[in-house]
Design a protein around this ligand. Structure first.
Ligand SMILES: O=C(O)CCC(=O)C(=O)O
Ligand SMILES: [Fe+2]
Length: 371
């Protein structure tokens, strides 16, 4: 395989080419996250919904099948289209990528160059490039700058965004039902027509280097996603999730994720499955019942580490105007904080997170109100 790669000229060989990737090593411990069938969820299979709910209360991560229902097949095909566009996008001249930089949008939409954030206290820089395209640029004519490769492929973005949003929302509704939330409590917070932080993220990070320690090659540092649910497509390993040592020692898994005790476990990429995880908004809405799992990305281990790594992510987030507060339902412990606590909206929270990433959000509110 590698032989063919070195014989061909660089431009002949796509970087994103899952056919060429060797399997994930069989001798590395991986996180035991559950496989959930999209077809069974869509047919309201109660045992499958119970398994989904259990996954969301523990790891907050699960595999979602993409080959047992046409909706899943559309998602998988869409993710492949997105990854091919990602390769074209990252090859664009730096000026074109910087025209769309997060600094220019003043928010989390747009381009982040590799090395845009720190991965540890000694200032080691991350190695992943991101291009984030707002759902609202695709569906609702928002005027954020987008690169030429996204503009010329709007016809491929549109069905991917629509299907990913519909799939994510469908899962959120099932989880909401288990918590005792009426369906509209979930749907009215995630309408595709409303301004939100939903986005398609394309990522690219370099192969494993023998010259540096693994901890100095972090593509994306430890974080939790801050929306409601994330649909992730990756073809090479490298994603790790945090497994707390004693999750039952805390009242909820969601609080044990802050524990210093535990270990990072790789998530094996499995053909025919997306990886889904909940974000912080769901932990907040459910007062800690649901877990937004901590994770990070390293270069892929073993022979997979020879390849440039791409991933495609769709983030479903609450509408900008939604207050991030505990919801009332039978399955949610009542909020015990101050009644008069100032509650942030999802839109405000996003501006804060962007600032945390070093983005100058000085005029972010003015820009966002254009949407
Ligand atoms: O690339 C991956 O596998 C995960 C990316 C991720 O966690 C993120 O973009 O939030
Ligand atoms: Fe993430």
């Amino acid at each position: 395989m590698v032989g063919t790669r070195t014989m061909a000229t660089v431009s002949d060989v796509p970087e994103f080419d899952p056919q060429r990737y060797p399997p994930f090593p069989s001798d590395i411990p991986t996180a035991p996250i559950k496989k959930i069938s999209l077809a069974k969820l869509l047919s309201k299979d109660t045992a499958e919904i119970d398994a989904l709910f259990e996954a969301c209360k523990t790891y907050g991560f699960f595999y979602l099948s993409t080959r047992d229902h046409p909706q899943g097949e559309a998602l998988e095909q869409g993710s492949l289209n997105m990854a091919r566009i990602a390769e074209e996008t990252f090859k664009l001249p730096l000026e074109e990528k910087k025209r769309c930089s997060m600094q220019n949008t003043g928010t989390i939409f747009g381009y982040k160059h590799a090395g845009g954030s720190k991965t540890d206290a000694t200032g080691t820089l991350d190695t992943a490039e991101f291009m984030n395209t707002a759902k609202d640029s695709i569906i609702n004519n928002a005027s954020w700058p987008i690169p030429s490769t996204v503009k010329s492929n709007q016809d491929l973005f549109e069905p991917f965004v629509t299907t990913a949003h519909k799939t994510g929302l469908g899962i959120l509704k099932l989880i909401g039902e288990k918590l005792g939330l009426p369906e509209e409590e979930v749907t009215n917070r995630h309408r595709i027509t409303q301004s939100s932080g939903d986005q398609v993220r394309m990522t690219r990070s370099p192969p494993l280097s023998a010259a540096a320690a693994l901890e100095k090659q972090i593509a994306t540092p430890a974080h939790t996603d801050f929306g409601s649910i994330t649909l992730l497509f990756n073809w090479l390993g490298g994603l790790q999730i945090w497994e707390p040592e004693d999750p039952d020692g805390s009242k909820f898994w969601s609080s044990s994720r802050h524990s210093e005790k535990g270990e990072w476990k790789y998530v094996r990429p499995v053909p025919g499955y997306a990886i889904c995880n909940l974000g912080d908004a769901m932990t907040r809405f459910s007062n800690g019942v649901l877990n937004s799992g901590k994770h990070r990305v390293l270069p892929a281990p073993g022979p997979q580490g020879e390849f440039v790594r791409y991933s495609i992510v769709y983030f479903v987030r609450p509408e900008d105007a939604v207050p991030l507060q505990v919801l009332k339902a039978e399955g949610i412990p009542p909020y015990e904080g101050k009644e008069d606590e100032v509650v942030k909206t999802a839109g405000e929270h996003i501006v804060e997170r962007a600032r945390g990433l070093g983005v100058d959000t000085g005029n972010a509110k003015a820009v966002r109100s254009d949407v």
